[in-house]
Design a protein around this ligand. Structure first.
Ligand code: PXP
Length: 238
């Protein structure tokens, strides 16, 4: 079973555009779960241009599925996550000004840093996942960070999908096999969509969770949030 975690950052971005509380992020999160989402993901950035730190506190008591907080492990982020104690924290290496996550961790260069912050989250009972590309060396070194899971960065797959999906998926299948052999859990995300999700799920062994934001919220403009979540779930369950 692969869980669908809905990343609600885009809803916060829309709200922030006007300064009020429309759309209501808390209501949207409750509704995503009501419509079938099996997790809620947020990515509070230091400039709070999407989900704000306060939102994370407000979401904590209402998220009844799996709460996943993504971000770069700055001091402020570590403090926030250890206070909130979500089910999962996903660590990304992106600098504060990045538009969106655009690379996986260099697990060789950041080995001791990752090991330290991962241990801190785990001491607080929080499952850890680290965002990673399909480079096998990086995956091998992910294990020695002590992380519970890795999240495969799927942008390259999504971009190459229309030009030949067999070729696009190949490095992800190899990476997923190694992740399994190392005894790590496997998540995936970035640019997954109604077009490319089903094939990804079919080809990737042991996929525990996908986190999807941009495409899902875009689709919701046309199909509505409830239908859209159901459509995504169908790609994963069929
Ligand atoms: N996973 C990580 C680590 C991310 O940073 C993002 C984007 O915030 C996603 C998944 C979701 O990507 P998308 O919005 O393209 O679905």
């Amino acid at each position: 079973m692969t869980k669908l975690s809905v990343n609600i950052n885009k809803i916060a971005t829309l709200r922030n555009a006007r300064g009020g509380n429309q759309p209501d992020l808390i209501k949207a999160s409750i509704d995503c779960e009501r419509f079938g989402a099996e997790g809620i993901t947020v990515h509070p950035r230091p400039d709070e241009r999407h989900v704000r730190y306060n939102d994370v506190f407000d979401l904590k008591p209402v998220v009844t599925t799996e709460f996943n907080i993504e971000g770069y492990p700055s001091e402020a982020f570590i403090k926030l996550v250890t206070q909130i104690k979500p089910a999962q924290v996903t660590l990304v290496p992106d600098p504060p000004e990045a538009l969106t996550s655009n690379a996986g961790w260099d697990t060789v260069r950041n080995q001791s840093f990752l090991r330290e912050v991962i241990a801190e989250f785990q001491r607080n009972g929080i499952r850890t996942s680290i965002f990673i590309e399909t480079d096998l060396i990086m995956i091998e070194h992910a294990r020695s960070t002590g992380t519970n899971r890795v999240e495969l960065y799927t942008e390259a797959y999504a971009q190459q999908y229309s030009g030949g999906r067999e070729k696009a998926i190949h490095p992800f299948v190899t990476a997923a096999k190694l992740v399994g052999e190392l005894g790590l859990g496997l998540n995936a995300g970035h640019d997954l969509s109604l077009e490319n999700l089903k094939y990804f799920k079919q080809q990737i062994p042991g996929l525990l969770e996908v986190s999807i934001g941009h495409a899902l919220i875009c689709d919701a403009l046309y199909f509505g949030l409830e239908n859209t979540i159901q459509l995504y779930l169908r790609q994963l369950k069929e």
